[in-house]
Design a protein around this ligand. Sequence first.
Ligand code: AMP
Ligand code: MG
Length: 649
Amino acid sequence: MTNTPAANHRSHVEQDQFLTILSREEALARFEAALFPRDLPGEIRPLADALGCALAGDVVAPIDVPPFDRSNVDGFAVRSADLTSAGEAAPVRLMLNDETIACGIAPTRPVLSGTTTAIATGGPVPRGADAIVMVEHTQPAGDRAIEIRRAASPGQSVSYAGSDIARGEVLLRAGTVIGSREIGMCAACGISEVRVARRLRVAVLSTGDELVQPGEALRPAAIYDSNGAIVTAAVSENGGDAMFLGAVADDEKALESAMRAALAICDMLVLSGGTSKGAGDVSHRIIARLGKPGIIAHGVALKPGKPLCLAVCDGKPVIILPGFPTSAMFTFHDMIVPVLRRMAGLPPRADAKVDAKVPVRIASELGRTEFVMVSLVEGADGLIAYPTGKGSGAITSFAQADGFLKIDALADQMPAGREVEVTLFTPHVRVPDLVIVGSHCTGLDRVTAPLARAGLTVRSIAVGSLGGLAAAKRGECDFAPIHLFDDKTETYNTPYLSDGLELVPGWRRMQGIVFRKGDARFEGLSAEDAVRAALADPACIMVNRNQGAGTRILIDRLLKGARPDGYWNQPRSHNAVAAAVAQHRADWGMTIAPVAHASGLGFIPHAEEHYDFALVTARKQRPAVQAFFDALSSEEVRAALTEAGFRPA
Ligand code: AMP
Ligand code: MG
């Protein structure tokens, strides 16, 4: 089936966008074919405002630099022929001319044979002189003469006119991106303005009824507009002139007028959200009315980023990024930046790549090119690339990754241990000094605070206790924070250690029942009684935790096999449990005391959980590891942990 723009009738577009999914390469090729070749509009910019712009044409040097023969030292301008016989035992005496050539002073007297003129570094060499003798190699001989005891070669300590930059020479080539060095070269030639490719004006619009701008109060069911800020900044990072126009509700009329207004003032329009076929998703329908040829690709076999929509309206690219932040950032980086740079006359972005090993199997969808965001850590033999697996709805998946790896459309997985190429988001990776892989706890931030102040970089990768243990056994981290209860021995953590690992005690976290303050069903009860009360009320809804969580074991023991309403709602974090109760989606659950208190919820203490560290013995002596455990036992950190509601061991 073809998907030429002409074949994209309105009815077809409205029927099913995703019937015509293109491969990533095909989508990009069609998008570029619809946009290029095109004229690059140029503009003259003052040198100071040209930073980051690409030159529209060659810059030719209008003058010689230096503009005259120039002395490189403080000393005396001489005729070298006068000094041929000079030596330690045979000083040559030269009479001083009656002037001193300081910087910026043009000489007036020639240097005749037997004479010399005092000259400063940067001074123009006077007529007749062909060398400069350093002041250190001369002696005064009365107040009108000097003595020199060594010969001088012609040209000694002289920079000739044009030796740095020659008039007529191509100083900078078209397409060069102007940085401080290029600005310096132009300034040295007296160039005050340059012709550059005009900065691309890129309008950015967010769409969605749920969006609130940062700085405003969050209303129920709303979220902050992160895509707007991210895309705007990413446009600037890639040399564009970004204009953020705010968020528009999912209202066809309002959105259409916002898009038309944006297109009137920009060269490129980037929207985010509303690309799916959801009831409120209208932007792609509007595009068809904005100009020819319209939609080029809607639906790309790309993960993250399948709902990406690429269009060209009367020569201007109109892009709808997926709403999910990681999808939006990734597709912008992968598909939009190359086009943006090319339209702005900038050279393609130079992607830096490193080789790394994948520590775990990564499942992948067959038929879609999949990009997996990864964090890099130093392993025993080379870099390890950890998937930052929070999914495309999470902003941190992209923002905290060092780069990404690619899984082919035809592969359904990447096996553990595979050597891969990782494309970096920034040209340099700084491998962290301390790597923590395991269960996350807000208490960790209290311990790492002094390390950060000391300039140590810490990376904490949250994969849960069991994932952390596995990483520690493979030597991919310094230690794994764990809180694993062993039913048989009724103890925490120690039974889970294996050879090469040792336990360092961390802190205790009080686990308990959370409920909304004032809920008479729970107020004043013990945890056992509270659960009994909850089970007695069929209208009461609980929120559970995921299988494998330490908290889940405690919940199951209290429930004694009961499966009340809400049991299958199993979020993966303490905070999610508190949010569910605070927002009335559930009436009770189990979380740790600091989280319950931070959410203003009622709390019934139940059992103290041990949050400890499985330390890789082989890494014990590393300075950052020492620094961590020093901090852990310091008074300052113990006080901070206590203040946050933890009980240091
Ligand atoms: P949509 O493509 O509009 O259906 O959005 C998909 C998901 O991305 C929804 O959870 C949206 O709330 C979210 N989303 C859409 N736009 C933004 C934005 N500008 N910032 C953060 N999240 C967004
Ligand atoms: Mg939306």
